[in-house]
Structure formats: C-alpha cells, structure tokens
Design a protein around this ligand. Structure first.
Ligand SMILES: Nc1ncnc2c1ncn2[C@@H]1O[C@H](COP(=O)(O)OP(=O)(O)O)[C@@H](O)[C@H]1O
Ligand SMILES: [Mg+2]
Length: 275
C-alpha cells in the first residue's frame, strides 16, 4: 500500500497462451482498482503483437519505448498518466527487437528504468500471448506471472504450453491463474483443475495458484467499444467486482521469496533472458 519509498515495486506479468482472452482489460482495470486502493501503479505495454492498453484508457501517446531506447526522450517524457493516476509506458513496436539492442541502448534503458523504482508500488506488464521469446523473456523477468485463460480448449492447451516452456526454458516454477469469460465459478474451477492436473502429471514441479475468475459480461464489451474501462462505466457490474476481488487478492498475497522487486534487476533479467 501507498507511498513508502523504502519498498521496491512488485513487477507482475500478465500473459496468456492465446490472444484475445482479456489480458489488456484485466491489466487496465486492475491498475485502476489498485490505484484506488492506494497503490502507485505503472503499466508497461510490452505486447508487441497488439499493444493497445492506451485505447481502453482513451489516451493517444505521442511517444513510446522506442524513443527511450534511442535516448530521444526520458521514460517520464514517454509515459502518459490517466485521469485515475495510472502511469502507462506505451510499447508500440519498441519491445519487438530487444534481442538486438546494443550495449549503449541497454545501459540507457537500465538507468531509465531505475527512475521508475521510486514512482511505483506495483508494475503491471502486459506481455502479450504465446511462446515467442519476447513474451517469455518478459514473463521470466517479472516477480510474478499471472496467466489468463478461458474455458476454450485452445486457450487451455496454449496456457499449458506456455507454462511448460517457461518452466523448461526459464525455470519458472510458480504461476497464478485467472479464468476469464465464464458463466459460473464452477466452470472456472474446472479450467483450473484441468491445467493444474496436466502440470502435476507432466511436469510435477510447477505450482499453479488459483487467483479467481471474471464472468462473461457484456458491459465489459460495451466499455471497450467506448474506449473506456468497465471500472469507470459500470463499477458494480459482475466483471468489475470480480476484477476488484482479484486485485485485492493479488495485493495481499505474500510476495514470492525470489522477488527482487528491483527494476534495474528486472531489466537485467530481461536482458539475460535473451538467448
Ligand atoms: N469478462 C469478459 N466478458 C465479456 N467479454 C470480454 C471479457 N473479457 C474480455 N472480453 C472481450 O474480449 C476482447 C479482448 O480482450 P482483451 O483484453 O483485449 O484481450 P487480450 O489483451 O488478451 O488480447 C475484449 O475486447 C472484449 O470484447
Ligand atoms: Mg491485449
């Protein structure tokens, strides 16, 4: 909670096996819920495929991370702030070629990211979907990895594949699950059971924690169409309430022992993860 400078930010990746499952909406609405609960929240839009967090905040950023990499702008000049006070770092296509950054560009980014450390309590990274190296190295560099799946079989198998590769390539042993677009809590529990069952059976040493579900809610779709957030339009709707629950559960969850919460360290891990 709140302001203290003594505590370094928690960096949480929001990811999925398959696209279109609700990552961006979860990140945006959760950021608002966490801000209202007294946290300073920064969103990093690292989804190279479909970077669109700015759309649901109805913001039109002029710059993105590319301008930071090229040292034309500082991180603070590139970040945009929503009316709620959520800071957003637009990615554009700037996160696409992290593997090709030269040493100077890496150093620029490292020192810029260091300035984020005393501006944020929680950093949410929309890392995109799938098992491309881009998605995986951002996931592996974060303190926590929140996976979203729906009840669609393809979403479940792709989520499993993603966690499998993360555990085998990067040694990630711990994930959290949010199940989106379900009709009942039981449906969500079934998705969780099939994923954790498969992880237990085939990988053994990977832990999947159930964080919650978000019901299918047309008000969320209407909010997206209006370039807005359900947390603003319909705060008492089932989906908004569910996202608030997930946010407070995440906020109060004990931090994992491996958490460094250090941004320079985070960026170093990102660069190290590049093979
Ligand atoms: N809980 C929900 N209820 C109804 N529709 C949803 C819900 N979550 C997401 N959607 C729909 O799915 C679309 C994609 O969501 P988005 O957050 O952009 O996914 P992603 O970032 O994973 O690609 C939204 O525009 C919305 O229409
Ligand atoms: Mg998205």
């Amino acid at each position: 909670m709140g302001s203290g400078k003594e505590k370094l930010p928690r960096v949480i990746a929001v990811t999925s096996g398959k696209g279109g499952v609700g990552k961006t909406n979860l990140v945006g609405n959760m950021a608002v819920a966490l801000t209202r609960a007294g946290n300073r929240v920064v969103i990093i839009d690292a989804d190279v495929g479909l970077a669109n967090i700015d759309i649901i905040f109805n913001l039109r950023p002029d710059y993105n991370i590319k301008h930071v990499i090229s040292a034309e702008k500082t991180l603070n000049q590139v970040m945009v702030t929503s009316d709620h006070g959520v800071k957003i770092l637009p990615g554009g296509s700037g996160f696409a070629n992290f593997t090709q950054l030269n040493e100077g560009e890496k150093l620029t980014l490292l020192s810029e990211f260091e300035t984020l450390a005393d501006q944020a309590d929680i950093i949410l990274v929309d890392t995109g979907a799938g098992i491309s190296s881009n998605v995986l190295y951002f996931n592996s560099a974060c303190d926590e990895c929140l996976v979203i799946a729906t009840k669609e079989p393809t979403s479940i198998t792709d989520a499993y594949a993603m966690m499998k590769v993360m555990s085998q390539e990067y040694g990630t042993r711990y994930f959290k699950l949010v199940v989106n677009m379900v009709e009942t809590p039981e449906e969500a529990k079934r998705v969780y059971a099939s994923l954790s069952g498969a992880l237990d059976k085939f990988l053994g040493n990977v832990v999947l924690e159930y964080t919650g579900f978000i019901p299918f809610d047309r008000q969320l779709q209407r909010s997206v169409q209006k370039r807005s957030l359900i947390m603003d339009n319909a705060p008492d709707s089932p989906a908004a309430k569910a996202i608030k629950n997930i946010s407070s559960k995440l906020e109060t969850a004990p931090e994992r022992p491996h958490s460094s919460g250090n941004l320079t360290f985070f960026m170093n891990r990102v660069f190290q993860a590049v093979k």
